[in-house]
Write a protein that binds this ligand. Sequence first.
Ligand code: SAM
Length: 258
Amino acid sequence: MSDDHSSIHEFDFQLICEYFAGLERQGPGSRTVTLQALQFIDTLTPNAQIADIGCGTGGQTMVLAEYTAGHIVGIDLFPKFIDLFNANARRLHYQDRVHGIVGDMTKRLPFANGSLDVIWSEGAIYNIGFERGLNEWRPLLKTGSFIAVSEASWFTPQRPDEINAFWQDAYPGIDTIPNKVAQMQAAGYLPIATFVLPETCWTEQFYLPQIAAQEAFLRKYPHNEMAMQLVTNERREAQLYAQYKAYYGYVFYIGKTY
Ligand code: SAM
């Protein structure tokens, strides 16, 4: 019985990975926004140590590699994403200083205390929770170093019930921008910049590429309930975003240690 269950979950896991592995980014974001956030970080030397936590297949990591010297370690829970990440690093000739490893951000990360110059995390810190992630990762950073994370946030103090309920179920840690900034300050960072990602990061960069991917996915798995459910969920999420984008979005939070 339990074997049956674990193999079903294993298949679900593979399907989810396959769906998202086909996309350049696994969450809302863009090259422009990555570079915008990077502008708040002091120039990094070739010795700089950067961690990209929840890196996915490395869409934003390769942009960081292009614009920074230094070593970057990408960490993600999904081995398939890390394989693609390392293939991307090799294709772009960054393999000597950009490495992807499989790891779980909710466990002790493989960095010594006080060893990192930058922690980067786009659309991924929700997996540990914004507050917990900021607090647990703080000791890994040197004094005068940086953290840059993007995170789903409320734009308004009140929201319509439908979208409120959706997010309370998906990620109860979602909060308003001033509350997130206060959490960053309380975790031992000087909040140096906060900006809202443009809508195109969701529409053009994230949901639009999924339309073709969804059709191909459903053709490949025509009678698979899990595949249909996955596509239905993604479509509902895109529809909710179109309807309620005045109330929430992704926000970049950049902090400096002192
Ligand atoms: N940063 C990438 C981007 O912006 O394209 C990926 C963002 S995606 C929304 C979230 C990522 O977090 C996925 O790649 C997922 O595999 C990863 N993830 C989920 N849980 C994790 C965990 N416990 N530890 C490490 N990575 C995790």
